[in-house]
Structure formats: C-alpha cells, structure tokens
Design a protein around this ligand. Structure first.
Ligand code: NAD
Length: 264
C-alpha cells in the first residue's frame, strides 16, 4: 500500500465503541497504512475495543485510566517495550458528571470541577510529557475539543470551561514541544451522537440546531472528523501546530443563526 501514514505508529486513546470520534480517526489512519495501539477504560469497554482494534490489524490494546498514575506509567512502559519509539498520539478523552451537564454553569461543584479538569484537560498535558521522549522527529499530538470553549452553549457548562483550558494547553504545548519538532493541535468537532454526548442535556435539539444553521446544512460524520484528524496527525500538516481546527460543517462562522427552523 501507499497510504500517507505508511511506516507511522501511533497510540489511540478514547475509543469506547464504533461511534467514538477516536474510532473515526483511527479507521482513517489505518486505511492510510498506520500501525495502531489502543487504550480502553475499564473491562466493559475492553470487550468493545479489542474487536475494533483487530479489524484494523492491531493486537495492542491496553488498559488506561488517565486519573490513575500507575495505569499511565504502565501504559507508557508497555509502549516503550513494544515499540520503543512512535509517531503520534490521539487523545479523545473527556468526562464530567452528567448531573452538571444541564442547568447552569454557576452551580458547578468543586469536586466535579476538579474531576472534569483532571480528566479532560490535565490528561492531555500528562500524555504529551510522557510521549515526548518516545516520539520520532516530526511527531504529532492531537486532542478533541468543542465550540463550547469559545462561546456559551446550553448545558455544556463546566465542560466548556475545561475545553477552553484544553485549547490554551494546545498552544502552550505547541511552544514547549516545537523545538523537538513535535506538533500539537486540536480538532474542534461539531456535535455528534456518541456515548459521551448522551450525557449532555437536550443533545438532540443541539444536533438539529446545528444541522439547520451550519453552512453545509448537516451535522458532521465520523468520516468528516476522521479525515481531518488523520491529516492533523500526518506529515500532510507538517507546518501546522498550536492550531484548533474546526470540523463543524462551518457552524462557527455563522453570525446570525436563524430561529425559525421548521423542524426545531
Ligand atoms: P466517547 O464516549 O466515544 O469517548 C469518550 C472517551 O473518553 C471514552 O472512550 C472513555 O472511555 C474515555 N474516558 C473518560 N474518562 C476516562 C478516564 N478517566 N481515563 C481514560 N479514558 C477515559 O465520546 P466522543 O464524543 O467520541 O468523545 C471523544 C472526545 O471528543 C471528547 O474529548 C469529547 O469532549 C470530544 N468531542 C465530542 C463531541 C461530540 O459531540 N460527541 C464534539 C466535540 C468534541
């Protein structure tokens, strides 16, 4: 084969099932010749991730809870053992208590604020630090973000604040790692029906609103996000770092959204 990821190896974090954004990106990368390793969080998800990994020729499927230092140590020790060096990491991980993904941001609890920031923001920095010494020249890191970082979206609440911090992290990490020729970018995806999204209040309404108001008049697909993600993790984007790239059917450029959608 002659795919643009031929000869590249990378770690995929955040596949829960076949609807996961991480899976959309992983399948594009595999299509282009990349060799992949996967993480899963908890035994229930292992059963889903193992066959997905096998379907793209990967038998490296490792447990990882980003809040657990020992689990992170073990993950990177295993990668060092199996691969030594690799070329990219996809971080598609976020969490917040769904009780706080409805109502107002003002009611966020201290506990959930910390947990949300730990899992959804710090974990990317932690991964970047651990991966740096193991990456080949020209390596790339990619995380997933959402427009709720830039503008207030209903119910997104503390996750919006976390994504704003994540987007700032992308810029700081890009500067820290740029001297080693490692690139750091974010992909800001439009709303998609995934396991994580099912925790967000009124999510079906948000999907319809986006479909009606985006320039392309539809919601994004795993294919859309997969293609852009593969580009950002490949040498095709070799001059791009510190960037948050919108893959949202253009929703973020629209100034005046129409309120009279017939089917909303
Ligand atoms: P998903 O549920 O398929 O993936 C979320 C993943 O996070 C799961 O694999 C889960 O196991 C993992 N995770 C949560 N806590 C973890 C922990 N402590 N340790 C390790 N892994 C943990 O949902 P998704 O929508 O594909 O989410 C992937 C990323 O995309 C998230 O960062 C999410 O915020 C972002 N995103 C989603 C949308 C959307 O509408 N679905 C839009 C923009 C950005």
């Amino acid at each position: 084969t002659t795919g643009f990821m031929q000869g590249k190896r990378g770690l995929i974090m955040g596949v829960a099932n076949e609807r996961s954004i991480a899976w959309g990106i992983a399948s594009k990368l595999a299509e282009q010749g990349a060799e992949l390793a996967f993480t899963f969080q908890g035994e229930a998800l292992q059963k889903r991730v193992v066959p997905l990994a096998a379907s793209v020729g990967s038998d490296i499927v490792l447990p990882c809870d980003v809040t657990d230092e020992a689990s992170m140590d073990a993950l990177f020790a295993t990668l060092a053992d199996k691969w030594g060096k690799f070329d990219f990491v996809l971080h598609a991980i976020a969490y917040s208590d769904k009780e706080e993904l409805k109502g107002g941001y003002v009611d966020t609890s201290r506990d959930n604020f910390s947990r949300t920031m730990d899992i959804s923001v710090y974990s990317f920095t932690d991964v970047a630090r651990r991966a740096t010494d193991m990456m080949n020249d020209g390596g790339a890191l990619l995380t997933l973000t959402y427009y709720g970082a830039e503008r207030v979206m209903p119910h997104y609440n503390v996750m919006g604040v976390a994504k704003a911090a994540l987007e700032a992290s992308i810029r700081y990490l890009a500067v820290d790692l740029g001297g080693r020729n490692i690139r750091v970018n974010g992909l800001s995806a439009g709303p998609m029906k995934t396991l994580a999204a099912s925790g967000i209040g009124d999510f079906r309404y948000i999907l319809k609103w986006n479909e009606y108001n985006s320039p392309l008049k539809r919601n994004v697909t795993l294919d859309d996000v997969g293609g852009a993600g593969a580009y950002l993790l490949s040498d095709l984007s070799s001059g791009v770092t510190g960037e948050t790239h919108h893959v949202d059917c253009g929703y973020h450029v629209v100034g005046m959204k129409a309120v009279d959608a017939p089917d909303i």
